[in-house]
Design a protein around this ligand. Sequence first.
Ligand code: CP
Length: 322
Amino acid sequence: MKQFISVKDVTDINLLVKQALHYKANPFIDKALGANKRIGLLFLNPSLRTRLSTQVAAQNLGMEPIVFNVDKEGWALEFTEGAIMNGTTVEHIKDAAPILGNYFDILCIRTFPGLQNRADDYGEKIINQFIKYAGIPIVSLESATLHPLQSLTDIITIQESINLNENLKNKQPKIVLTWAPHIKPIPQCVANSFSEWVNAWGEANFVITHPVGYELDTQYTHGATISHHQEEALKDADFVYVKNWSSYSEYGKVLSTDESWMLTNAKLALTNNAKVMHCLPVRRNVELSDEILDGANSLVTKEASNRVWAAQSVLANILGSL
Ligand code: CP
């Protein structure tokens, strides 16, 4: 694997999932793989899980991770080609990225969308310029439109649950991605990426449900059944993935905060005793109820813990290609 930006960088999802679960059982088995290799983790936005799980994964592989909070500690970076830099930006990505490419063997970047201009965000200007100018493998720690380490984790967590449940082993699982209310405009990254990965995995009956106006980019959802009726969509679900996202068509806007879309135990009763997932962080009793998050069907802690094994399998594959 030469980079990890989207599911397109993965040749065999099931093999990667198997490798991740192998690392979960044997965390230090490849401790020698990353000896004398350095990994840089650059954050242009906040993180808890991605930052810490990737550091743990790198250390499990014997690598030395160095974290740099560019947003708080670095020079303000310029990403526009030909910019006359007489404003707030101090250093052009063309100058900074090649230096990072010399310091590190692998470079990981987290950046969020501005949610102001869809063409800019969906053009992935920031991560694409790191790819262009750093000259080393780039790993997305979440970009403007996708969150591939989260989505790989989600498939790992679903597969792990299937492996542990006799009733799910010999059937095609029904996975429902449901929009949930939120008070702020939230990126579409997690929902885009989850859709892209579940579709590429191809082993589920995949349904996406959201209010009118929250249609995601069809390049990611193509192949899924789309429903505007949450309760109908939830019927017989084996996994329910809860996530808020802002509008793609009316870009970055909050069109609804309809509380009735929050998942509750009454709604969960419509499902096939579904396991409930969320990438976290979550706003309790806005996006997802206490009764679900604290209930027996919640997978959220296991899901967040599995971030380590997703990162470890990806980094191991990239190390193997150096
Ligand atoms: N799910 C996730 O990416 O969490 P963080 O934003 O805390 O990294």
